[in-house]
Write a protein that binds this ligand. Structure first.
Ligand code: PLP
Length: 283
């Protein structure tokens, strides 16, 4: 039984990357619904060029001890043993994350083998449903972590939405349903469930490049159930104020007057690196 309910509880919230107990406390005070404990935030991982693995359980434990909100931590794609270690640590959620270096290029973790709920990244409906079929309790867009450029996250949520709309509007016969399910490499029953619900059967968060209150609200307006913020907060000059502003903008995502207030006088934000410049430099 997949614990999708534990992920439903995070709906409407902001999950913040933290690398120390002090940052975790700031995140909790700012109203984060959970924190992601990791050694290096994605912007620094990206810059390092090293193999990125699960964080040391010692630092994860320190963060778990420092806050009362749920704690997530990342494992490499396909690294079943890193996940076993985090489950033994009694972590609240595991993120099987493309931000780390994949351990298996052909298979993801069989998440139905675990009791702890997993979140996984997706760029399109097929990826999202393959992860859900493997047992993911929650999906997030992959976006482009560590950049502060929101455009990939926007692309991914729009793609998932448009593919769901296509399935609802255009798949009329059993043969068409079978054929699309085959294309997505998922059971037809899962596709039928999406058509019936008109959305994914688990919560779907935005992630990868969210850096401002306006970014968070934009993704909420596009239909995301909540937001992950990685490098944006603690790479800015005033993390406490920005963290609170992003939480408030996520809650009040349909209120421009409030978002105006939350977006004002935040000080220097994460500089970021645009997707276009990454493409040009071939990274
Ligand atoms: N994303 C990353 C980062 C991967 O390493 C892999 C392969 O393991 C995939 C996606 C493949 O995902 P799928 O099975 O959905 O094609």
């Amino acid at each position: 039984k997949i614990k999708t309910g534990l992920a439903q509880m995070l709906k409407g919230g902001v999950i913040m990357d933290v690398v120390t107990a002090e940052q975790a406390i700031i995140a909790e005070r700012a109203g984060a619904c959970a924190v992601m404990a990791l050694e290096k935030i994605p912007a620094d991982m990206r810059a390092s060029g090293n193999v990125c693995r699960m964080s040391d359980p010692k630092m994860i434990k320190e963060i778990m001890a420092a806050v009362s909100i749920p704690v997530m931590a990342k494992v490499r794609i396909g690294h079943t043993v890193e996940a076993q270690i985090l489950e033994a640590l009694e972590i609240d959620y595991i993120d099987e994350s493309e931000v780390l270096t994949p351990a298996d290029w052909s298979d993801h973790i069989t998440k139905t083998d675990f009791k702890v709920p997993f979140v996984c990244g997706a760029k399109d409906l097929g990826e999202a449903l393959r992860r859900i079929h493997e047992g993911a309790a929650m999906i997030r867009t992959k976006g482009e972590a560590g950049t502060g450029d929101v455009s990939e996250a926007v692309k991914h949520i729009k793609k998932i939405k448009s593919q769901i709309q296509y399935a609802i509007n255009d798949l009329k016969t059993d043969a068409q349903l079978e054929s699309f399910a085959k294309e997505l490499r998922i059971p037809v029953s899962l596709l039928k469930q999406v058509i019936e619900l008109k959305k994914l059967p688990v919560v779907n968060f935005a992630a990868g490049g969210v850096a401002t209150p306006a970014d968070a609200a934009l993704l909420m307006q596009l239909g995301c159930d909540g937001v992950f913020v990685g490098s944006g907060i603690f790479k800015s000059k005033n993390p406490e104020k920005l963290a609170k502003a992003i939480v408030n903008a996520t809650t009040n995502f349909e209120d421009p007057l409030k978002i105006l207030e939350y977006s004002t006088d935040l000080g220097e934000l994460m500089a970021g690196v645009s997707i276009e410049s990454i493409k040009k430099n071939g990274n």
